[in-house]
Design a protein around this ligand. Structure first.
Ligand SMILES: [Zn+2]
Length: 364
């Protein structure tokens, strides 16, 4: 099983060396980028990995980085171009954060330090690597505050990587705006409004042109959000082995003033966390369309729920067909669960979500 680990570097006196290496990486990136662009212009073909390899061969003698890193950088540039289906940008030290990818064989992990390219980088070893872990790839990466991190992708034996299995239960999850996650068991995961909490401080920092402070605040928001996402996904992946995750309906986003990107990113991260945490517990996470989930009664499937803009403010409603009283988000989560189970079409099935308190009474 592949796991990723991240360590903060004790970078005080290493920053200059890392910066220098990152500069070389940018040079290789731009070189590869130019080859790929030129080749595409001429032949409408992507340069092959082997061609890139051949063209960058020997460059490590000119540049002060090893050949595996050169290959890794050139290949990454090719992958990004292919993925984006357009030209990717050139990397400059001013616009891009430092990034030095490497191949697992070129770095040696020694507990509280790692050696790479004849250099020794000390790190905060907040947790040990799993026993027998083999480093596949890795990178040194800078964040917006100029701190450096070591990222490692590890191959770990399944029996070591696996955590206690999650019980054989399933759950539907409705991602939302105010309540970030609502489950079909009626559980609600609410998060403090981070942006609002820090808004004032941020505005003040920006007004006074305190760039570093503004960056620190942004980083803090990001860390808090990430921390929350870790905790929520941990809690869910531990208790359910099948998770149906509502695939955010864009119409729901269009009704808010918030940028889609921001919201998407939040849910996407939770989804990714859930996926890899579940994997380690023998579980699975599946995306299920949220379409009609808010307007459909999860008990009798009649579409009589609140809809449109005015419906957004309605948190509770009563089904006109069967009389069930619904919390909007929980109803939505149950609909997602049924949709995921594939029991939507079976009419008149008895339905009571496991562990539910409020909804046990409902059966059709
Ligand atoms: Zn109903």
């Amino acid at each position: 099983m592949v796991l990723t680990y991240r360590y903060r570097l004790k970078d005080g006196n290493q920053r200059d060396k890392l910066k220098k290496l990152a500069g070389q990486v940018n040079f290789v990136w731009n070189f590869a980028n130019e080859i790929i662009r030129e080749n595409w212009r001429r032949s409408r073909k992507y340069t092959s990995k082997n061609d890139l390899h051949a063209l960058t061969k020997g460059a490590s003698r000119e540049l002060d980085i090893n050949s595996q890193t050169i290959q890794a950088v050139a290949y990454e540039c090719l992958l990004r171009t292919q993925k984006a289906k357009k030209r990717v940008r050139f990397r400059t030290g001013r616009k891009n954060l430092g990034w030095i990818p490497f191949n697992g064989q070129t770095a040696k992990y020694c507990g509280d330090y790692i050696t790479y390219h004849g250099l020794k980088f000390r790190l905060w070893e907040h947790r040990k690597l799993p026993a027998g872990a083999e480093i596949k790839t890795g990178s040194f990466a800078e964040d917006s505050r100029g701190r450096w991190y070591l990222n490692l992708t590890l191959e770990v034996a399944d029996e070591i990587a696996m955590l206690p299995l999650a019980p054989n239960l399933d759950i539907g999850i409705d991602p939302g705006i105010k309540t970030v996650l609502t489950t079909s068991d009626g559980e609600k995961f609410e998060r403090e409004n981070l942006t609002r909490d820090f808004e004032e401080k941020l505005a003040k920092a920006q007004r006074h042109k305190k760039k570093r402070l503004a960056k620190a605040i942004h980083a803090k928001i990001k860390n808090k959000r990430q921390d929350w996402n870790h905790k929520a996904s941990h809690s869910l992946s531990k208790r359910y082995n099948t998770i149906y995750f509502g695939d955010a309906d864009s119409s729901k986003l269009a009704q808010t003033r918030m940028a889609k990107g921001v919201l998407d990113a939040g849910w996407y991260q939770i989804f990714v966390f859930l996926q890899y945490k579940s994997l380690r517990r023998g579980g699975i996470v599946l995306k299920v369309s949220e379409k009609f989930s808010t307007v459909t009664c999860s008990a009798c499937l009649s579409r009589c729920g609140p809809s449109g803009l005015s419906g957004l403010s309605i948190r509770e409603w009563t089904c006109q067909s069967c009389g069930a009283v619904h919390d909007r988000d929980i109803n939505s989560a149950i609909y997602i669960l049924r949709s995921g189970r594939g029991t939507l079409r079976e009419e008149r099935v008895s339905f009571s979500p496991k562990g539910s308190t409020d909804y046990n009474a409902i059966s059709v």
